[in-house]
Design a protein around this ligand. Sequence first.
Ligand code: SAH
Length: 237
Amino acid sequence: MQTNSNNVDPKEIEKFSAIASRWWDPEGEFKPLHQINPLRLDFIQQHCAGVFGLKALDIGCGGGILAEALATAGAQVTAIDLADASLQVARLHALESGVNVDYQLVSAEQFAAQHSGQFDLVTCLEMLEHVPDPAAIVQAAAQALKPGGKIIFSTLNRNIKSWLLGIVAAEYVLQWVPKGTHQHDKFIQPAELLRMTDAAGLEPVAMTGLHYLPWRGFYMDDANVDVNYLVCLCKPL
Ligand code: SAH
């Protein structure tokens, strides 16, 4: 794999490339992302007072599940990833959907250096736990943001419950996602993420947990960030 970044684990890129053709199968390996997408879009819209007209950057966009939703809601979206196979699927799907997203194969660090301070909204969902140095991605995301802009991260907390639910249940029992999708030691506790965002000069706005119950489906709970969680931050003016 050719890449312009050191902050990438080639095994992670291979893992996502191998199943790239299934990004848009609502019953396939990415089913959980399709199911949580409306909830995370709501969270983003709520904290950005809507996304219509915003210039948005989606880092680690995969097949474009969030990028397309943002574009459909009226944002002008650039979406980046280092898995070329996923970007090809994303571009084809955008043609089919008739939405306009600018997909680019480039690292977050390189893109941010070239587009410093240009975006109203930066999103980086379910990606930080797949990179060797998540703090560098947080720095790049903050760099791409305009002062006053909002940034959204989501990842998995690191504790026994997230190991049981995020790995044992999701990969082995329910088999929602392929075995080996996640490594528990790469999960990030909220305090660790907030140390990274603080170092990048970002101020927290809101945090919420994302949960699943068989009889309820996925739902948000502001009071419980034990497993999967989303955080919104702002770059001060
Ligand atoms: N953000 C999307 C996809 C999450 S899956 C969503 O939530 O719907 C994680 C994505 O991160 C994959 O598409 C993978 O290719 C990408 N990724 C992993 N390491 C990366 C890196 N170093 N730079 C850019 N993208 C990376």
